[in-house]
Design a binder for this molecule. Structure first.
Ligand code: FE2
Length: 203
């Protein structure tokens, strides 16, 4: 059922048949192997974080069609959807000083910084989560992640965050999510409200 909705988007060969980035294939195989062996999300996150750190240890090269940005905001470029396990890989392209609102994903995710620097601020939820339209959040730590660094999100307690590029240069991050994130909650800290927002990939 799930597999029917998913199509591989990433090709390991360019237009002239040359290998583009074999480390992407290695990462995909490591994640597939992990998901075939285990179901505990903590164990999955540990493995995917290690694999992502290895993937971006030295920057991977991506073709221009995987590095698009919209007119405003940041680019979400779909690299791969797994036909069997449903995980996706996305290249996010962050123009200078561009970032997200405070949001969640509802699935596990790992980010590796491939180019530039990103800041991530995490939040905890102080209410009981029973009201789908309201939330009380507390700001936790802020991480400043440079090239080669990896971090994760894991619902329900480590899911709410915001990401931004604090520099004057482009940043590129490589994300692996447990499933395609097509909708997320956006949190307004001042009003204490939650808004559901649909997400799309940059075309
Ligand atoms: Fe996020």
């Amino acid at each position: 059922m799930f597999a029917e909705l998913l199509i591989p988007a990433y090709s390991s060969h360019g237009a002239r048949g040359e290998a583009v980035e074999p480390r992407m294939d290695d990462h995909i195989e490591r994640v597939r192997h992990c998901l075939s062996m285990r179901t505990d999300e903590k164990g999955i996150i540990d493995m995917v974080t290690k694999s992502t750190a290895s993937l971006v240890q030295t920057p991977i090269s991506l073709p221009p069609e995987n590095l698009k940005t919209p007119v405003e905001g940041y680019g979400r470029n779909l690299l791969y959807q797994d036909p069997d396990y449903g995980f996706v890989m996305v290249a996010m392209v962050w123009p200078p000083e561009v970032g997200t609102p405070v949001h969640d994903h509802g699935t596990w995710g790992v980010v590796g910084v491939n180019e530039g620097r990103l800041n991530v601020t995490n939040y905890s939820r102080d209410d009981d989560g029973s009201d789908p339209e309201r939330a009380d959040l507390s700001k936790l730590d802020t991480i400043s992640a440079g090239e080669g660094m990896a971090a994760h999100v894991l619902p329900p307690d480590e899911d709410i965050h915001k990401v931004w590029n604090p520099t004057a240069k482009r940043a590129v991050s490589i994300h692996t999510y447990g499933e395609s994130v097509n909708v997320c909650n956006v949190f307004d800290l001042d009003e204490g409200t939650i808004e559901q927002r649909r997400l799309s990939y940059t075309v």
